[in-house]
Design a protein around this ligand. Structure first.
Ligand code: NBP
Length: 515
């Protein structure tokens, strides 16, 4: 079906990029009564999309599609100020689309990048468009295909006047949660979106803040997924449970504090049998994980800002080591682990507790990173509001997020989630189990990098003293890097003229100490 020229100024909003995310977000917008102009580089895709979604699909919603084969016609079909959402492959393709759009736009139009852009790219793009009088929003969109269709979590960043233009659309399309319970409101169908509820979107902050929040959300998601995988591995290889039995365990967990989208889908996957062989599906899936980079970006940024996010980084590294499949197969023939299981017994409940505590640490790390980034980039992030919009639509949606929301309601300037009285009490109750699971994994040779690093994070964070005293002395010894003293105010630096290393036992009078 060849596309005819669309009527001028007939569409409320436009979207470029009709792949999975774009198509679903367009249908979501149309369900909410918006006339959506659509354009894709490959016109055949637009034609197919329009043919698959004739006007009848949108019934009496008032919404519909305004397709264009030509970018000029697409731009001309939009009401002013124009609102254009880009959902193409992140990186070069986003720049290519922006470059072709900019000459066709007028001052005050707003361009919204909903792709997974690196936040520094968003800062650059916002600045460049701002110099031309154009507005720019970098918005995280979480929830995958299903979220885009029936309600994603949306994390917009940019200037407030840009957000004001986008807000009615984003508020309408976002996932909704129940105002009292914070639980996602389910049941949206084509043409029948959810009515009422609290939308899972809010203004995040200027510049790259929205894409930053989405990036760290994904980093937390990496950790959450890895922790569930470690729970499975321990239950299977240290407890001897079958995938089906672990599926049942996870379904039970899903009735309690661990209730979450990721636990629910893990239970489904573990119950599944391979249609070809009849084996547990999980056993026919090759154990070499892929990644698209947002977990790595989070970890790199955490290193840049000096924020300890070990569980997130371990989750990225766990994917990296999994990808070394051939090398691991060779190593397995050479390197031997424990020959028999250790006598240490752990219960299924202990694994649940270990997962809960480790997960809390991963979230505490992610939110601590938000705090640091907010200071570093001057974003004034509202952590409570961020926790609220994660409650529905996104991949990490969970009952747990309601508790995080309440923690920030109690103390908006909470330094670390572990210090919230509710979470502190939960960890106190569960930590003996957590420790026994990490010990069991170590004794039996089951790798648990995210569990172990979360426990080390907890133990480091709660310790008044760390062996960094020896470390500072080492640094002063070999590099004259100086040290601070426990008996002097912070900020005063000292150096010892270290003598011959063959005389390590010095009297105080022999140390050439200077400031
Ligand atoms: P893809 O990331 O697979 O991108 C495909 C789209 O990009 C197609 O519309 C394609 O047009 C267009 N495109 C490319 Br590739 N190069 C282009 C260019 N030079 N100029 C114009 N258009 C170009 O799509 P997706 O999986 O729907 O994801 C869209 C965005 O949303 C990405 O940034 C992604 O990271 C993000 N995201 C995805 C998910 C998810 O679950 N998939 C979740 C959250 C966020 P063509 O048809 O002509 O090739």
């Amino acid at each position: 079906m060849a596309l005819s020229k669309p009527a001028a100024t007939s569409a409320d909003v436009g979207l470029v990029g009709l792949a999975v995310m774009g198509q679903n977000l367009v249908l979501n917008m149309a369900d909410h009564g918006f006339k959506v102009a659509v354009y894709n580089r490959t016109t055949a895709t637009t034609e197919r999309f329009v043919a698959d979604n004739p006007p009848a699909v949108f019934g009496d919603t008032g919404g519909g599609l305004v397709p264009a084969a030509d970018l000029r016609d697409f731009v001309a079909s939009l009401k002013r100020p124009r609102r254009i959402v880009i959902l193409v492959k992140a990186g070069g393709p986003t720049d290519a689309v922006i470059d072709s759009l900019v000459p066709l736009l007028d001052k005050g139009d707003v361009v919204v990048d909903g792709g997974n852009a690196l936040f520094t790219d968003t800062m650059r793009r916002e600045k460049a468009l701002g110099e031309k009088g154009l507005l720019f929003v970098g918005s995280g969109v979480s929830g995958g295909e299903e979220g885009a269709r029936f309600g994603p979590s949306l994390m917009p960043g940019g200037r407030r006047e840009a957000w004001a233009l986008l807000e009615p659309i984003w508020v309408a399309c976002a996932a909704k949660v129940d105002a009292k319970t914070g639980k996602p409101i389910e049941g949206a169908r084509p043409g029948k979106p959810v009515q009422g509820g609290v939308p899972c979107t809010t203004y995040i902050g200027p510049g790259g803040a929205g894409h930053y929040v989405k990036m760290v959300h994904n980093g937390i998601e990496y950790a959450d997924m890895q922790l569930i995988c470690e729970s499975y591995d321990i239950l299977r290889h240290a407890k001897g449970l079958s995938p089906e039995a672990i599926s049942k365990v996870m379904r039970e967990w899903n009735q309690g504090d661990l209730d979450s989208f990721l636990i629910e889908i893990s239970a489904d996957v573990l119950q599944q049998r391979d249609p070809v062989t009849g084996a547990p599906f999980v056993d026919v899936v090759l154990d070499a994980a892929g990644q698209k980079g947002t977990g790595k970006w989070t970890s790199v940024n955490a290193l840049d800002l000096g924020v300890p996010t070990g569980s997130i980084a371990e989750a990225v590294f766990a994917r990296c080591i999994s990808a070394l499949k051939d090398e691991r197969v060779r190593a397995s023939a050479v390197l031997k682990g424990p020959t028999a299981p250790s006598p240490l017994e752990i219960s299924v409940d202990a694994v649940r507790d270990a997962l809960y505590c480790s997960k809390l640490c991963a979230y505490a790390q992610g939110f601590a990173l938000y705090t640091a980034a907010s200071k570093e980039y001057g974003w004034n992030l509202d952590l409570g509001a961020i926790a609220q919009i994660f409650r529905g639509g996104c991949i990490i949606r969970a009952r747990f997020l309601q508790k995080i929301t309440e923690a920030y309601q109690r103390q908006p300037a909470l330094e670390n989630l572990l210090l919230d009285p509710y979470f502190a009490a939960q960890v106190e109750k569960a930590q003996a189990n957590w420790r026994s699971v990490v010990a069991k994994a170590a004794l039996d040779g089951v790798p648990a990098p995210a569990f172990s690093s979360a426990l080390s994070y907890f133990d480091s964070y709660r310790r008044k003293t760390l062996p960094a005293n020896l470390l500072q002395a080492q640094r002063d010894y070999f590099g004259a890097h100086t040290y601070e003293r426990v008996d002097r105010p912070r900020g005063e630096f000292f150096h010892v003229d270290w003598p011959d290393s063959k005389r390590p036992e010095l009297k105080a009078s022999e140390l050439g100490m200077s400031r």
